[in-house]
Ligand binder design. Structure first.
Ligand SMILES: [Fe+2]
Ligand SMILES: [Fe+2]
Length: 319
């Protein structure tokens, strides 16, 4: 089987999986189930040890009602940033697929992905609404650039799909860590995360496939520029998604020094930052994005380290 055939087969498999296993934001989540109600005094909103803020000494030393208040705000804020990122992704997927030739396997899969992301934006927004938290989502810069970022999907699809991974990999990594930790989670949030992790696996798979397929077609100059751009995009979008914005920091009342500790001064934070990108480093190796210059940029961005040997290799083994 040629590489092209196997690429097309993989996209076909991903597309069929989207037909047979997909979730509707309002049919598949029992929003009005009393067990799913959001009580702002529920102790289950206390952030778990698996959360970087949740395990910080400052947070652990707070009174319980403050831990609960901050925990609920933080979950809503993560959902809001996530859904804004997904809105950019949906717009990008439309730009990407607009001029694809008839019969293109990318057309079908990218529209499946957009459909799923629409449901994610609905489920995340519904969670935000029900949480009663006035969260703003991304930083000013991120929200200012939001209308322009999807254009990259048309003009620079290779860079765009690396950007997609910059958003999807950290969120996926964080959600999987929280789910694996198995703490006493609020069942509504748990349901949302389970749905999300299940569908993200396909999206991430598609981005990896697309990039591996396109990489050999890149010219030398494009490859050189992209190799340096990739670690910059990764780090920028990772910070946009994970780091509290000025508004979020103020609303939650987190001291600046604590934010600095967590993002990313503490040794365990640095390790986590590196761990987030084990799979992306593997992909960067496979797509010829690693060279002596770009390796230095990965190191400067503090996201260097050993690459995963296979996708979703547990971080303790990868880094
Ligand atoms: Fe999503
Ligand atoms: Fe996704």
């Amino acid at each position: 089987m040629t590489a092209v055939q196997s690429y097309q087969d993989t996209l076909q498999t991903l597309s069929e999986a989207s037909v047979h296993q997909h979730f509707d934001a309002f049919l598949d989540i029992d929003w009005d189930n009393p067990a799913y109600a959001i009580d702002p005094h529920d102790e289950r909103w206390i952030l778990p040890e698996a959360d970087v803020l949740g395990r910080h000494a400052w947070y652990r030393g707070l009174p319980r009602d403050e831990q609960i208040r901050i925990g609920l705000y933080r979950q809503a804020q993560i959902c809001k940033v996530g859904l804004q990122f997904e809105q950019i992704l949906i717009a990008g997927l439309m730009n990407f697929s607009f001029n694809l030739p008839n019969g293109s396997p990318e057309f079908r899969y990218s529209t499946h992905e957009a459909t799923e992301e629409c449901h994610h934006t609905q489920m995340f927004q519904e969670f935000v609404n029900r949480s009663g938290q006035d969260v703003g989502g991304g930083s000013r810069l991120f929200r200012f650039l939001a209308p322009f970022l999807p254009l990259a999907a048309k003009w620079l699809p290779f860079g765009f799909f690396f950007g997609v991974l910059a958003g999807e990999e950290p969120i996926d990594h964080v959600q999987k860590t929280v789910l694996r930790a198995g703490d006493d989670m609020h069942p509504l949030l748990q349901r949302i995360m389970q749905i999300h992790v299940a569908e993200e696996a396909r999206h991430i798979g598609f981005a990896h496939q697309y990039l591996e397929h396109q990489a050999p077609k890149l010219g030398r100059v494009d490859r050189a520029i992209l190799s340096v751009a990739v670690p910059l995009i990764m780090r920028w979008l990772c910070d946009e998604i994970l780091k509290p914005t000025a508004k979020a920091r103020k609303d939650m009342g987190i001291p600046r020094s604590v934010v600095k500790d967590i993002y990313w001064d503490l040794p365990e934070s640095r390790k986590m930052l590196r761990d987030l990108f084990g799979d992306v480093r593997m992909l960067a190796e496979d797509t010829g994005m690693m060279n002596p210059v770009s390796r230095r940029v990965w190191a400067l961005m503090r996201i260097d380290g050993r690459s995963s040997r296979f996708r979703s290799e547990p971080a303790s083994a990868a880094a």
